[in-house]
Design a protein around this ligand. Structure first.
Ligand SMILES: Cc1ncc(COP(=O)(O)O)c(C=O)c1O
Length: 378
């Protein structure tokens, strides 16, 4: 175990609270082993020219982690927080747009805890397979979308209903559970600021706001000079803006974030969804690195920040997942054509032009890691 993970484990046990049953101890010990074995996610460095000036962008690639996204860390925190409540009869449930479901399914399989993922029809097909193939149950809500064109409210209603019916059902509740931001404050954040101590800004996508809330807290203690920038899409209500149609999964939500009520970030960039999609495809074409949709949004937000702030020279982008989850959406030409109206019209009228960026060179911090095959875990 490294010193780094030793410190995380101390904080994790504070998060879990009183562990006084053998079952809870077994769960906590396995989560501790997971943290100790978790790799530091790599950062790829890109030197670019934005608005006529040379700048450096680091992409911290959370997709290169055991369950393919930053939600592996969130799942550890959520499960640690409910460990004292788990018995031999427990079933864990969680509402998810995909990545958290994959991570919870994987972790619960290792912990021998039955898991139910509550999803909706936007769940990417490959994530549906990944969740089922890890032995988890999938419950998909259907029906009319609410005013925000979103089934989040229905997913949450179902989770609430199931957990109130049966005391053996434990809902980890990523939307309200303080363990969500906390795990990023004690783990993701210190890792990022140790790995990239010189960054002047970090840019983080928001959905529940857990990652952003936690990293904003970590910045205050690890690098108080760094600006923390929240990234979201037009039409999302995470930061309280007006609702509208959205096409990207993982980023944005139809209601304001509970986790961002007490934490403030220094700036918020709300970008049109098509900028996120365009940056994903541009980066894939120029560098071979295919990012997930929310990472494209983060990159678009970072480039906007760099264009507007000449004093910023070095920025870190937290990239929640990679493009392998989006082969049949963002990287599929037919999908792109089918979403044309939302991407280029309704959510941003008149369409905001995409600022140009010149890529000079790029490098991994060490050797390029092996990219996961499309839809790993099949
Ligand atoms: C694809 C993707 N983007 C963004 C995020 C950030 O979400 P949250 O605000 O819920 O931490 C996540 C989740 O970690 C994600 O899976």
């Amino acid at each position: 175990m490294t010193v780094r993970s030793g410190r995380v484990l101390d904080e994790l046990s504070a998060l879990a609270g009183e562990i006084d049953t053998p079952r809870a101890k077994m769960v906590f010990d396995l989560l501790a082993e997971t943290v100790a074995a978790y790799p530091q996610t790599p950062a790829a460095t890109f030197d670019v020219i934005v608005a006529g000036r040379g700048r450096r962008i680091h992409l911290k690639l959370e997709g290169l982690s055991p369950w393919g996204s930053i939600k592996g860390r969130t799942a550890v925190g959520l499960l640690a927080s409910v460990a004292p409540r788990l018995t031999d009869h427990s079933r864990v449930i969680e509402s998810t747009s995909g990545n958290l479901g994959v991570a919870m399914a994987g972790l619960c399989r290792e912990l021998a805890i039955p898991f139910t993922a509550i999803v909706d029809d936007r769940l990417p097909t490959c994530m549906d397979r990944m969740i089922r193939n890890q032995g988890a149950e999938l419950l998909a809500v259907a029906g009319t979308r609410d005013a925000d064109d979103d089934l989040l409210a229905s997913r949450i209603r179902l989770a609430l209903h199931l957990s109130s019916l049966d005391p053996n059902v434990v809902w980890t509740n990523q939307y309200e559970n303080a363990a969500n931001p906390l795990i990023h404050a004690i783990w993701t954040g210190p890792e990022l600021f140790t790995q990239l101590p010189h960054v002047q800004a970090i840019v983080v996508a928001a959905s529940t706001g857990g990652t952003l809330g936690g990293l904003a807290r970590a910045a205050k203690s690890s690098n108080p000079n760094a600006i923390v920038v929240g990234a979201d899409v037009v039409g999302s209500r995470v930061f309280g803006g007006p609702s509208g149609p959205r096409v990207l999964t993982g980023v944005g939500a139809s209601r304001p974030s509970r986790h961002l009520q007490e934490v403030t970030c220094d700036a918020v960039e709300i970008v049109p969804s098509w900028h996120g999609v365009a940056r994903c495809r541009e980066w894939r074409d120029k560098t071979g690195l295919a990012l997930g949709g929310s990472s494209g949004v983060v990159l678009a937000a970072a480039l906007r920040c760099l264009a507007a702030r000449p004093q910023l020279t070095t920025v870190a982008c937290v990239c929640p997942d990679l493009g392998d989850n989006y082969a049949d959406t963002i990287y599929d030409d037919d999908w792109l054509r089918s979403q044309h109206a939302v991407l280029e019209g309704a959510d941003d009228c008149p369409p905001e032009p995409l600022p140009s960026v010149e890529l000079i060179q790029w490098a991994w911090e060490a050797e390029p890691p092996e990219m996961p095959a499309t839809c790993a875990y099949l």
